[in-house]
Design a binder for this molecule. Structure first.
Ligand code: UDP
Ligand code: MG
Length: 319
């Protein structure tokens, strides 16, 4: 029977954990009772270097709840890395793994639907938000805009899908082969291949506590996604450069003609404007290229993406 692991990254989530643990325990217990999953199934909470008592809570639950186990990273490594750490640990024990947020924004009732889709032969099941009514106007517009930009730049990405998804063990084996440090999981996963399906769910509001993804982190994440999966911005810079060069040729001809016909070129304003415009474009272009070089620099170091400090309630038994 299917051993299912749920992977939940947690960063300062002590406010939501008690409720999350009890709800997920219920779900797992229910599915075991109805014979859908094996009783060795677990919820694996990954503590991503929280500053509050999240890890103490997880450790406590791993003793009192038969469904709970935990992984503690050596420090805060960010959501994507924490998720990866959990997935790689869960892969050792499970046939299928579902990742979800600690704040119960991902509707837990979709878990069963995902498992059904897995039993129907899918290796990857994407949780897709049916609506964003609960999100603020700003979050909705920026998030949807981001998906459109990604599509426009030619990145394969599932619309309105975040990191709520099921993956089979062989899909996770595939994921392990991608050893990039600039992690943007929702861009990598469609590249793994294998049969996949989608399950729609309604995204709720954060149950308690506040978002651990402020605007700054969101922008950095979007940038990460774009620069990790497409070199179109660099191409765009090249095209822009070629275009500017053509314009300068036309200008040259114009200047020569003006000189020959005796029209003295006057007006430094237009000159000033073009210097600023070109200077700006050049700096911007250098920035874009620098961004990619920075990525290459980080990738070549092959630094570990996470370090596990401690575990709680994880059996040595692997499949
Ligand atoms: N998270 C994490 N490390 C971080 C930031 C966030 O593990 O550095 C976790 C967080 O605990 C939550 C999930 O990532 O389980 C999503 O974060 P959040 O709900 O704050 O993001 P939002 O839903 O507001 O986009
Ligand atoms: Mg959230």
């Amino acid at each position: 029977m299917t051993v299912l692991y749920l992977v939940i990254p947690c960063y300062n989530e002590s406010e939501v954990l008690p409720e999350t643990v009890s709800r997920l325990d219920q779900i797992l217990e229910g599915m075991v009772k109805s014979g859908k999953i094996d009783k060795k199934s677990r919820a694996l909470y990954v503590n991503d270097g929280s500053k509050d008592n999240t890890w103490e809570l997880i450790k406590g639950y791993s003793e009192t709840s038969p469904w709970t186990c935990g992984l503690c990273l050596s420090r805060n490594r960010g959501h994507q890395n924490a998720l990866l750490a959990g997935l790689m640990e869960a892969k050792k024990h499970a046939d299928a793994v579902i990742s979800l947020d600690a704040d119960l924004q991902d509707d837990v009732n979709a878990i069963e639907k995902m498992v059904d889709a897995f039993h129907a032969g899918n290796d990857i099941v994407y949780g897709v938000r049916s609506s964003r009514e609960k999100d603020t106007w700003f979050k909705k517009t920026t998030a949807e805009g981001f998906y459109h930009v990604m599509k426009f730049l030619g990145v394969e990405i599932v619309f309105n899908h975040a990191d709520y998804r099921l993956m089979s063990r062989r899909a996770l084996d595939g994921l392990e082969e991608f050893d990039e440090v600039n992690l943007f999981l929702r861009g990598i996963i469609p590249q793994i291949g294998y049969p996949s399906a989608t399950v729609t769910y309604e995204r709720g509001e954060r149950f308690a506590g506040e978002s651990k993804y402020p605007l700054k982190k969101m922008l950095a994440f979007a940038f990460e996604g774009i620069t990790s999966f497409t070199i179109k911005p660099i191409r765009f810079v090249t095209t822009l450069g070629a275009f500017a060069f053509m314009v300068s040729l036309v200008m040259l001809v114009y200047c020569l003609v003006s000189y020959i016909t005796g029209n003295v070129v006057s007006g430094w304003a237009s000159l000033g404007v073009s210097i600023w415009a070109l200077g700006g474009l050049q700096i911007l272009s250098l920035g874009v290229i620098g961004e990619y070089i920075g990525k290459i620099y980080l990738e070549t170091k092959h630094r570990p993406r996470y370090i596990v400090k401690e575990t709680a309630g994880i059996s040595d038994e692997s499949v």
